[in-house]
Write a protein that binds this ligand. Structure first.
Ligand code: DGT
Ligand code: CA
Ligand code: CA
Ligand code: ZN
Length: 583
């Protein structure tokens, strides 16, 4: 199967970065970057545009780029890209991804100090060599050291957004093979962890060989790590490892249970199985006699489904997101597993951006996209004025925007509601970016930290407490400001913040953007157990980001959240009455 739009978009983004690092002219690399952005957002597969001859009708796709798209679709490769990769070490792209670096600095380090890897950058920084370079100083050098440290804490792990997208693409390809009866993603992706070590896929079939051959022969494979009759491992061009196991139908349940993990959960499950007289592994429940001897294969109990595995050892099925040995076994035994929230429960999205600040779509377009996705109400929350690069709004522009929001709300009819809010910056000194008289005119106010995230705990916490205690603030957006794998969380005193959130009845957001997933599940769990209201918001700046909601749902489920804990499950009337009852 051909490369996906996103995979092709990634290649164009890499080309743009490599050209910029090489010092190519702006127009050239920007055209690739723009193409990369456009391709990632297209509603149909690129092949469909090729088929009906409309590829060059897409804005930003001229002859040169359309030829490259066709080459990639036909051959899975691009000669231009391969040549570029021979000139610019690909490891430099990782340097460019470090917070505080970017392509210009990556080029500088490469040209001046011959730095091509994160490791050599770290060495140079710790030896104080970076500060000597033009445009650099001790402070920016220190920032790079800290960013690399944050990165290495996640070394080798991929954010779930990237891993799941790659896994879903491969899964779809496998499911389409005639030999595959069923296939599923197991491991940490199924449990919804924020970062993924490797991808684990299971497929049901009695004819593994052609499946394995297809798997290791896919265009996106960089290297085959192992190929066997029941298990193969590959490394993708992105560096991500994918394991595929093929097994017969009657073993699917035990295998899925085993390879979903976590290891800690499975240790507990095996203990329980032993108490029931079974030795459990990925193949079967193997009965043990009174003398402690395992009976032979003719006595093995096979389980085609996971439900079956749990039932045979006397437990209800446990949702994968809970399987961390964090109390789920005890809850299952006591019959007290939570009624976890699902995507279908979500009726609203309370944080999103439009072309008024740094979004790509109009208010009307966002409203329609949300309605198509089954929502009944949204809040438009563009950035406030402190966020200059995001074209943040001052009081005057906000009030102009309000007129448009009200008009779109009218146009959308009675069964869909567009409310007006803002994502207001909590300033570095702890003040709010907008005055109370402006905030009082808005329906819903999200307050967020975007700057000064490295301040000490006392300052960060004071800023959050100021926001929580402002009577107009309804919700705290992405509280810790972390960017998974690139920027550490701000140092927040959660006890103090949770106490204030509870007292002021302020909502805490789980930001669904897979680069953020902030609050993290462990904090979201503590928050709702204290009685704090949660929201799951996409913070969408585009249609594509609206479709990132599942990552927020996974995180909420890992936090043991039930529908009642999350205000996006509320019908419009209930939500509106609640915001009206507040300042
Ligand atoms: P990852 O890949 O680091 O994000 O995390 P997982 O959970 O996907 O771990 P992985 O890929 O090493 O293994 C997948 C699952 O297979 C794991 O969650 C539990 C099971 N598993 C793998 N190796 C072992 C093992 O040595 N003992 C036990 N009990 N389970 C294992
Ligand atoms: Ca894994
Ligand atoms: Ca694995
Ligand atoms: Zn936002």
């Amino acid at each position: 199967m051909a490369l996906t739009n996103q995979e092709i978009a990634d290649i164009f983004n890499n080309i743009a970065d490599m050209l910029e690092i090489q010092g190519e002219n702006r127009f050239k690399f920007l055209s690739y970057r723009r193409a990369g952005e456009t391709l990632g957002e297209l509603p149909r597969d690129l092949q469909a545009y090729v088929d009906d001859g409309t590829l060059t009708d897409i804005p930003g796709i001229g002859k040169a780029i359309s030829d490259k798209i066709k080459e990639l679709l036909e051959t899975d490769k691009l000669e231009f890209y391969e040549k570029l990769r021979a000139q610019v070490p690909e490891s430099i792209l990782q340097i460019k991804g470090i917070n505080g670096v970017g392509p210009k600095k990556a080029k500088l380090f490469w040209n001046e100090l011959n730095i091509t890897t994160v490791e050599s950058l770290q060495t140079a920084a710790s030896e104080g060599k970076l500060r000597e370079l033009p445009g650099m100083g001790a402070k920016s050098e220190q920032k790079i050291i800290e960013s690399i440290q944050a990165l290495s804490r996640n070394r080798g792990r991929t954010p779930i957004g990237n891993a799941k997208q790659a896994a879903d693409t491969i899964l779809a390809e496998l499911v389409a093979l005639p030999q595959v009866e069923e296939a599923m993603i197991a491991g940490s992706i199924r449990r919804g962890k924020t970062t993924i070590g490797d991808v684990d896929i299971l497929a049901v079939s009695d004819d593994a060989e052609p499946i394995m051959a297809h798997f290791v022969g896919m265009g996106r494979v960089e290297r085959i790590l192992g190929q066997g009759p029941t298990k193969s491992s590959i490394e993708l061009r992105t560096g991500l490892q994918v394991d595929l196991r093929v097994l017969p139908r009657e073993r699917f349940g035990t295998a899925l249970q085993y390879f979903t993990g976590s290891k800690d959960h499975n240790v507990r499950i095996r203990e329980i199985a032993l108490n029931k007289g079974y030795s459990l592994n990925e193949h079967a429940l193997r009965p043990i006699d009174d003398a402690g001897n395992m009976l032979d294969e003719s006595h093995y109990v096979y389980c085609g489904t996971e439900e079956d595995v749990y039932e045979k050892i006397g437990l209800p099925w446990i949702a994968p997101e809970l399987r961390e040995d964090q109390g789920e076994i005890e809850a299952a035994i006591a019959g007290k597993l939570p009624n976890l929230i699902t995507a279908e429960d979500i009726l609203s999205d309370l944080h999103m951006h439009t072309t008024w600040s740094d979004g790509t779509l109009s208010i009307r377009e966002m409203a329609e996209a949300a309605r198509e996705r089954g929502k009944t109400h949204i809040v438009i929350t563009d950035h406030s004025k402190r966020n200059i690069v995001a074209n943040g709004l001052d009081g005057e522009r906000l009030l102009q925007q309000q007129a448009e929001v009200r008009a779109v709300n009218e146009e959308m009819g009675d069964d869909f509601h567009v409310l007006h809010g803002v994502e207001m910056d909590i300033l570095e000194d702890g003040d709010m970016d907008l005055s109370d008289d402006i905030l009082a005119q808005l329906d819903f106010v999200v307050a967020s930290l975007h700057f000064g995230l490295t301040q000490d705990r006392a300052l960060i916490t004071k800023r959050l407490l100021n926001a929580l205690n402002n009577p107009h603030v309804d919700c705290i957006g992405h509280m810790t400001g972390r960017l998974i794998g690139t920027r550490p969380s701000a140092d927040v005193d959660f006890d103090a913040v949770f106490e204030a959130a509870l007292e002021t009845d302020t909502v805490l957001e789980i930001n669904a953007n897979p680069a953020r997933l902030d609050l993290d599940a462990q904090y979201a769990r503590r928050a709702h157990q204290l009685g704090i209201k949660l929201a799951i918001n996409t913070d969408a700046h585009s249609i594509k980001m609206m479709d990132m909601l599942p990552y927020g749902i996974l995180t909420a489920r890992r936090a043991w959240a039930e529908p009642e804990n999350v205000i996006n499950t509320w019908a419009f009337d209930r939500f509106y009455a609640w915001i009206q009852s507040r300042a």
